[in-house]
Ligand binder design. Structure first.
Ligand SMILES: NC(=O)c1ccc[n+]([C@@H]2O[C@H](COP(=O)([O-])OP(=O)(O)OC[C@H]3O[C@@H](n4cnc5c(N)ncnc54)[C@H](OP(=O)(O)O)[C@@H]3O)[C@@H](O)[C@H]2O)c1
Length: 238
């Protein structure tokens, strides 16, 4: 959390994949900046988002969706019909293989699960929910610097990288199909952050990543078209 809290231009935000980790921290950061947040979880069990919501009162609503299941995405869209958000941010993602494994070491099932969640599921959520975003709002998804093909000089996380490259490509197609859209469309890279997914060896704390990332998302409001940005607003090469 920043020492000096700014007010956000995104007053109403929908964060998909907010039970814990970066998504939960994004909810907290937006609420601290004066926004109303709807955050989604997958299951029935209590999560860090539930703990925050209990403290935050009316500023937070909890919704439920597993983006691996199209019927659940459709149900969420139906429940939220008629609402308008300044920002849709799909943060959900998984990694099922250790850093050092090469791609062919993963099971076919885990490869498919990662692609379904990180690429197809994210796009299904974007396609089903983008109508809820105001005409001058922002549609963001959590990519990763690992999704950059030209920056891949070290290998590692091979399947995870591939899922984020696939997500980038799919979002690019989405942006081409919506070339006349006035909304900002963002692929965000938070840096390597200590979460369950990032692991304890990651370089950044959540508090190093999320405040600047939210600053960057807010700064893109009203700038139409697709950008692939790191948390500090620098363009990442494809
Ligand atoms: N941490 C990093 O270093 C890093 C770096 C670059 C990009 N990212 C990206 O940032 C995003 C968040 O990662 P994180 O580090 O915060 O990981 P995390 O702590 O493991 O949290 C992952 C979040 O995604 C949710 N999720 C997973 N599968 C889902 C599904 N099928 N439907 C709905 N929600 C689902 C999880 O919900 P449950 O609690 O129900 O499992 C959880 O809220 C991911 O897209 C990740 O790839 C992370």
């Amino acid at each position: 959390m920043t020492a000096e809290i700014r007010q956000t231009v995104n007053r109403s935000v929908l964060i998909v994949g907010a039970s814990r980790g970066l998504g939960e921290a994004i909810v907290e950061e937006y609420v601290a900046r004066g926004a109303h947040a709807v955050g989604t979880v997958r299951g029935e069990t209590a999560t860090p988002l539930h703990e925050f919501a209990a403290r935050a009162g009316d500023s937070v609503e909890i919704e439920q969706v597993d983006i691996d299941h199209p019927d659940q995405i459709d149900s969420l869209a139906a429940r939220l019909a008629g609402r308008q958000f300044d920002l849709l941010f799909v943060v959900a993602g998984i990694s099922l293989a250790p850093m050092e494994d090469i791609a062919v070491q993963i099971s076919t099932q885990d490869f498919s699960r990662m692609m379904v969640t990180n690429a197809l599921g994210v796009m299904r959520a974007v396609e089903a929910l983008h109508g809820l975003v105001s005409p001058t709002g922002t549609i963001a998804v959590m990519s990763s610097g690992q999704g950059s093909i030209s920056d891949n000089t070290q290998a590692g996380f091979e399947v995870y990288r591939a899922t984020k490259s696939a997500l980038n490509q799919l979002m690019r197609s989405y942006a081409v199909r919506h070339a006349e859209d006035a909304r900002a469309i963002l692929l965000m890279a938070p840096g390597w952050v200590k979460t369950t997914l990032g692991g304890p060896q990651a370089r950044l704390e959540i508090s190093d990543s999320i405040p600047p990332l939210v600053d960057t998302v807010d700064a893109q409001r009203g700038i139409p078209g697709l950008q692939y940005l790191d948390r500090n607003g620098a363009t990442i090469p494809w």
